[in-house]
Write a protein that binds this ligand. Structure first.
Ligand code: KG4
Ligand code: ZN
Length: 348
């Protein structure tokens, strides 16, 4: 069977952080199954992901998820054309579980392996909404990354702006902890923000600097200082207003930097992806900015259910890479600090 023929089926595996996920994707844009085993409950009591605990959970879950993904897709292993797997960036022990499982599965079933950069996976979650049109710009906001990625053509990725300190999701989670919220706090802060207003006027770091980089650690410190000071003087602060004020600062900076990027580049599409892309303030803020300043730019938001880590997005990215004949082999290794240079490990 030619690997590019219609009805191409990819088994895709994601295990870079705290979700074990396996999907079966048809033609890069149709989800036949997408099993996600989250470990959040095990990490919550530590206030963040514990790498060793994550690896152990992945080991327990990976074969179960593979079996379930194939079963739920209602296919047989013989119908598969390739195995795609996240090989970085992420936690090395966690990544190794997915990479080892993918290699074993591919070897046993005589299937090619497609090595996928987790961040390209996040971008390709948008593929389940519509085709990506180039030149395109992706705003990637997750627990570990905040970056603007310019894509002049398919399979070309250039970071044009990134955070100089904390990632947006990291900042959400850290201020959530100070407010006594469970990890990860982003979703809850988003919900609280809807019931409050921006009364604290926290700093908007680097908003007016002439570059496309972000910084969230000053905002985080301002937030923590405000809460600690109130504690010392026994003043009760409105938590919804705190959430709304923090979120509005993040939104303002993200929207302004994305606007600057759109000013500089002639793009056809803006893609919003990554765990923090689920944030209602960011979705709305970008929507308004584009409608006002760049009405011709097509705004594609990753589906809410596919903003967090999942195997489906890896399958969508894997399908694109397969068309560019990017394959790994049994020497494929996890690369925890992988950048947009996946070709290093690929065999063309
Ligand atoms: O992409 P992701 O699932 O994992 C990484 O690859 O990092 O992103 C997880 C991050 C967490 O920091 C979480 O708090 C944040 O996404 N998050 C949100 C929302 N939903 C999840 N942040 C803000 N608003 C949300 N609605
Ligand atoms: Zn992620």
């Amino acid at each position: 069977m030619d690997i590019l023929e219609p009805n191409n089926l990819i088994l895709s595996i994601e295990s870079s952080c705290d979700e074990t996920s396996v999907a079966v994707i048809q033609n890069g844009n149709k989800i036949l199954s997408n099993i996600v085993a989250t470990q959040i409950n095990s990490h919550q009591r530590f206030g963040g992901v514990v790498p060793e605990v994550a690896s152990r959970h992945h080991i327990e879950q990976i074969t179960l998820c593979i079996d379930q993904a194939i079963k739920q897709a209602n296919i047989s292993v013989d119908n598969l054309d390739a195995v795609a797997v996240t090989y970085g960036p992420g936690l090395v022990g966690a990544l190794l579980v997915g990479v080892s499982a993918a290699k074993a599965f591919a070897f046993a079933n005589h299937l090619p392996i497609i090595p996928v950069n987790h961040m390209i996976g996040h971008i390709y979650a948008a593929r389940f909404i519509k085709p990506i049109v180039f030149p395109s710009l992706a705003l990637l906001v997750s627990g570990g990354h905040t970056e603007l990625v310019f894509m002049p053509e398919e399979n070309e990725f250039k970071i044009i702006g990134e955070t100089r300190d904390d990632a947006a999701g990291e900042a959400f989670d850290k201020v959530g902890r100070v407010m006594g919220l469970k990890y990860p706090a982003g979703k809850q802060i988003d919900q609280m923000a809807k019931m409050g207003s921006d009364t604290f006027n926290f700093p908007r770091a680097m908003e007016h600097e002439d570059n496309l980089d972000f910084s969230f650690s000053g905002l985080k410190s301002a937030f923590i200082n405000t809460v600690h000071h109130a504690d010392q003087v026994h003043e009760e602060l409105n938590k919804n207003d705190l959430a709304a004020s923090f979120q509005q600062s993040v939104v303002d900076v993200i929207v302004e930097k994305t606007k600057k990027a759109c000013d500089k580049l002639d793009i056809k599409q803006l893609i919003l992806a990554g765990g923090v892309a689920a944030n209602s303030g960011i979705r709305e803020g970008l929507d308004n900015m584009l409608t006002k300043h760049f009405p011709k730019v097509d705004f594609v938001k990753a589906p809410l259910t596919l903003c967090g880590d999942n195997g489906a997005m890896i399958g969508a990215a894997g399908y694109m890479l397969m068309q560019h004949r990017v394959f790994g082999d049994l020497t494929l290794n996890a690369n925890p600090s992988l950048e947009f240079d996946w070709e290093l490990n690929a065999v063309k």
